[in-house]
Design a protein around this ligand. Structure first.
Ligand code: FE
Ligand code: CA
Length: 509
């Protein structure tokens, strides 16, 4: 694909200097321009991204905004009542970025909570709470976070987020499938407002509909998030520049991907390094929670090679085991290896998308594995586990979404060989809503375990996972919702697993 063509089409992204240019007229809004709420994300020890997006009519193609750029004032305070405003400034919400605002506030104190809000014209946003990370060489006592994924708007209510927003969390990881790209369908709990997504406007409207959800907004306002995507932010099971649609034109798909990535950037509290360049966007990155935990956030969609075996569940045959198969792409793989080697963290958290445990869900006959998950890239998967073992990477813990079910897996270089040592622990979180109400079925766990010794836990309900990490122990609590088809679902703790530092593998807490 001609790169210059893409740069030309997207070249108009405003520079900081342009953003900081002269005074803009004060807008007057008939409706609340902050209908999508506020968010923060990607903190380090001295800075954090504050986010909002002006959209007085979220489901309108332009969000109900006039074409002109609008000046937005932001404030960050040391207290919830904004009596001690610590930093403030102005940002420009321009049409080219869907009137989104991304402020990277710098010069903050490490390991501190702050409150922030925006003002546009006479309108004032809701207040968000955020925090910086502890300084990289400090030894914080505790990290408490949640990880979530897969929030199909049509299949249920985001009740899990109501519980998450009440937890005392330092951060949230979103591991992808933040939106789903399909057309609105009748007969669901809720309905997508527009047809299947292709254009930038299509994706913007979809994100606006999702982010109009008050529970999702409240969860974003509670603490900073580290977000990454999976497939549905663009299209189901895409791989790199390859669409799921058979025979789809690569150039056309890359245009769609560019649209999807731009809408994702606009909607998320991401740093400038993640501003998309055509169909490319830097999303893999790392952060340090002092020396307690290194946070490694992966992108296993943008650079992956095509799923082998036509993306149907298959044995680990020559195609799945081919060294040419890569889920991360060579540059990300090398970056991850260097990051792991250099990591000062007692725990090394890989926040990523698809299941790493080599699990066959066939109950009889030949074992078959998902080719969209790490087993479709088994050579790279095994080499990564080998690398972690060989280099004595401290306490690797893999966080996973995508599969709409809860799992705990003890990972070996080859999970088919239980005689090998465990090198890492994987916690797989279920969906917020995707898959509907779900059910708890302990019998399925028993049969899965019989064929897959890596599996320690399995559950088919909706919810999220909350993790509490100290230098000695890791605990993962599996929170489940009894129903999501009605707003009044009840959240309870279904299971809790722990890992001891220095000893890979989970056991019931
Ligand atoms: Fe999903
Ligand atoms: Ca997925």
């Amino acid at each position: 694909m001609n790169r210059r063509l893409f740069l030309a089409t997207i070249a108009a992204l405003p520079t900081l200097a342009e953003r900081a240019s002269g005074a803009l007229p004060l807008p007057r809004f008939q409706e609340n321009p902050f209908a999508l709420g506020v968010a923060s994300g990607d903190p380090d020890d001295t800075s954090v991204v504050l986010w909002t997006k002006l959209a007085p009519r979220p489901l309108d193609p332009d969000g109900g905004m006039p074409p002109a750029a609008v000046e937005v004032t932001w404030e960050l305070a040391e207290d919830e009542g904004f009596t001690k405003v610590f930093k403030s400034g102005k940002a420009t919400a321009s049409r080219l970025l869907g009137h989104s605002v991304h402020v990277e506030v710098e010069g903050l104190a490490p390991d501190r909570w702050y409150w922030y809000r925006f003002q546009a014209g006479q309108a004032i946003s809701p207040v968000g709470r955020t925090r910086t990370l502890p300084s990289p060489n400090s030894s914080p006592e505790r990290l408490r976070f949640a990880f979530v994924s897969c929030q199909h708007y049509e299949t249920g209510y985001f009740t899990a987020y109501a519980a998450l927003a009440k937890d005392k969390l330092d951060l949230v990881f979103h591991l992808g499938d933040y939106i789903y790209e399909g057309a609105g369908r009748d007969g669901q709990v809720r309905k997508h407002a527009n047809p299947k997504l292709y254009t930038l406007t299509d994706y913007r409207i979809r994100y606006a509909q999702y982010r109009s959800d008050p529970l999702l907004q409240a969860a974003h306002a509670r603490c900073p998030w580290f977000v990454t995507w999976d497939d549905h932010e663009v299209e189901n099971n895409y791989a790199g520049d390859i669409s799921e649609r058979k025979g789809a034109d690569v150039a056309e798909f890359l245009i769609q991907r560019a649209n999807a990535y731009q809408a994702y950037y606009e909607m998320m509290p991401l740093r400038r390094r993640s501003i998309p360049r055509g169909p490319d966007m830097q999303l893999y990155r790392k952060a340090s929670f002092g020396t307690l935990a290194e946070l490694l956030i992966l992108d296993t969609r943008q650079y992956r090679s095509d799923q082998p075996n036509g993306d149907t569940a298959s044995p680990l045959n020559e195609a799945a085991l081919s060294p040419k198969q890569s889920l991360m792409g060579i540059r990300q793989r090398e970056w991850l290896q260097s990051a792991l080697k250099a990591s000062p963290g007692t725990w090394n958290i890989l926040a990523q998308q698809v299941m790493m445990g080599m699990v066959s869900r066939t109950t009889s006959g030949e074992k078959k594995y998902s080719m969209d998950q790490w087993p479709g890239y088994a050579h790279e998967r095994m080499a990564l586990a080998q690398f972690m073992g060989d280099n004595k990477i401290k306490n690797p813990v893999v966080l996973t979404g995508d599969i709409h079910t809860n799992w705990v897996n003890n990972l070996r270089v080859d999970d088919r060989k239980p005689e090998l040592p465990i090198v890492a622990t994987e916690f797989v979180g279920t969906s917020i809503t995707s898959g509907g109400n779900g059910s708890d079925n302990p019998a399925t766990l028993a049969s899965l375990r019989a064929g897959n010794p890596c599996v320690q836990f399995y559950n088919q309900q909706r919810g999220y996972v909350r993790c509490t990490v100290t230098k000695d122990t890791w605990q993962s609590d599996y929170l489940v919702v009894d129903q999501i088809s009605k707003p009044e679902g009840v959240v309870s703790q279904r299971a809790s697993f722990m890992v001891e530092a220095g000893k890979a593998g989970a056991k019931p807490a």
